[in-house]
Design a protein around this ligand. Structure first.
Ligand code: DLL
Length: 440
């Protein structure tokens, strides 16, 4: 549980805590409308549904969703920029995009309805993190095509909070503003929040000199070890927030005070878990690929969008009072998984070993290569400042300990390299911690 849950609240109990029966009836009604809307207005969906022999009127129950075709990232690229818009261009009031660095960007068109829906989803997440009109929130996600900055900005404004639209970067200035303007909340990627926390400590500022009480962090996978580390650095509560551009941005799901998964805003999206290899629907509780269908978006609705994010789903009622499905923390993206000598390795597994371990900083890089037709994995970890003057044998002991733990958690032997403090890259946005030289 977070330390302080005084202001944590359910913003819209009429939706967030409605009975599963009513929620599922609402989902079905909205799904039927959405399917009709895309069939009539998006040629790609009409062609795909026709090819599968499915008509909008065939969607009679929620389980009929499995009759519908999937959508995947290449579909967005192939129809860039507006081939998947379901309304005339004049009804689109905003275009946002993903932070991808290669090829054509993934963009999504929003009607005013879609912006309102998205704003509400983020407002629910922030309200659960304790945000009220008494709060000042420093938004340190990037502003621009990326949905982080504007998304959190809109949600916080809806709650009447004072917003400081800092955008990302310029750590010293961020800290000066945190101090001078007295933000009670900060929102950015967990890796950047860690950097902020470390820099605050290095500047000799005690967290009690700041007014920070909580923040919503997401846009990249992070572990509970990373959260513990962040909370102790800044002496506040860190909540997880999840989302993706194609489905609307941050706020698709968010963590509550119970810390047992992220509540999916199920009155706006339907979540499924599928087997990433076969595409088959999987039962609740099993780990697989998360798939979303938007049911209130009108500008660019998405039918069974494959996120490539791996997690579990549960629909059991949560102790916080919400009835909405919860997704487990994302353990990785199926396309982020590295296969080393036949073993599947997720960066989050390495993170869970390293972060919180005595003597090393919570920064790491994975370098994969192929030597003499065999894969190699090198894990670079930073030594903590206070251990720099330690004996060689002590550092060697630490290295052996980490090597062993990685072997037992991940199942592969990695070469562990301990590097001097502050030599590994830091990230202002999403962290990129894997270098796979095999693809070059
Ligand atoms: O990252 C939206 C966002 C902004 C979410 C701010 C949360 C906070 P994209 O750039 O389209 O959108 O990237 C989406 O980021 O498919 C996941 O792989 C990853 N991701 C987002 N949130 C989380 C999270 C934004 N809380 C992709 N945990 C998604 C793990 C996350 N991964």
């Amino acid at each position: 549980m977070p330390k302080d849950t005084k202001n944590c609240r359910i913003l819209e109990p009429e939706y967030e805590s409605m009975s599963r029966e009513k929620l599922e009836a609402l989902q079905l009604e909205r799904l039927q409308e959405t399917v009709k809307h895309v069939y009539e207005n998006v040629p790609m969906y009409k062609e795909r549904m026709d090819a599968l022999g499915v008509k909008p009127e065939d969607i009679k129950s929620l389980s009929d969703i499995t009759k519908l075709p999937y959508t995947d990232k290449p579909d967005l690229r192939d129809h860039f920029p507006d081939g998947l818009f379901a309304v005339p261009r004049k009804e689109i009031v905003r275009i946002q995009g993903s932070s991808g660095t290669t090829g054509k960007p993934i963009v999504s068109g929003y009607t005013q309805n879609d912006i309102d829906v998205w704003t509400n989803m983020v407002a629910r997440a922030l309200a659960e993190a304790g945000c009220t009109d008494e709060d000042t929130i420093q938004v340190t996600y990037g502003y621009g095509l990326f949905t982080g900055g504007l998304g959190v900005h809109q949600g916080a404004s809806k709650l009447g909070a004072t917003v400081i639209p800092m955008s990302s970067g310029n750590t010293q200035r961020q800290i000066m503003m945190l101090k001078e303007l007295g933000a009670t909340m900060v929102c950015c990627t967990p890796s950047y929040a860690t950097l902020l926390g470390e820099t605050i400590r290095e500047m000799g500022i005690d967290p009690s000199e700041l007014k920070l009480k909580s923040g919503c962090f997401g846009a990249e996978p992070w572990t509970s070890e990373m959260r513990d580390n962040l909370e102790s650095l800044l002496d506040f509560n860190a909540f997880d927030i999840y989302g993706l551009t194609e489905i609307g941005g941050p706020g698709v799901a968010f963590e509550c005070r119970e810390r047992c998964g992220l509540h999916v805003n199920e009155d706006h999206v339907i979540a499924e878990i599928i087997n990433p290899e076969t595409g088959e629907h999987m039962p609740d509780g099993e780990t697989g690929e998360l798939v979303f269908t938007t049911i209130t978006k009108t500008g660019q609705p998405m039918i069974r969008y494959r996120t490539h994010d791996l997690c579990t789903l549960t629909r059991e009622k949560c102790a916080c009072g919400r009835t909405t499905a919860r997704m487990g923390r994302i353990t990785g993206r199926s396309d982020d998984m590295i296969i080393v000598r036949g073993v599947n390795v997720f960066p989050s597994q390495i993170e869970s070993v390293i972060v919180g371990m005595e003597g090393v900083a919570p920064h790491y890089m994975l370098i994969v290569d192929r030597k003499n037709s065999s894969d190699t994995l090198e894990v670079q970890i930073e030594l903590k400042e206070e251990l720099v003057s330690d004996t060689v044998s002590h550092v060697e002991e630490l290295r052996n300990k980490i090597t062993e733990q990685i072997k037992s958690v991940v199942g592969v032997m990695a070469k562990v390299t301990i590097v001097p403090p502050k030599t590994l890259p830091r990230f202002e946005g999403k962290a990129r911690r894997v270098i796979d030289n095999r693809k070059l």
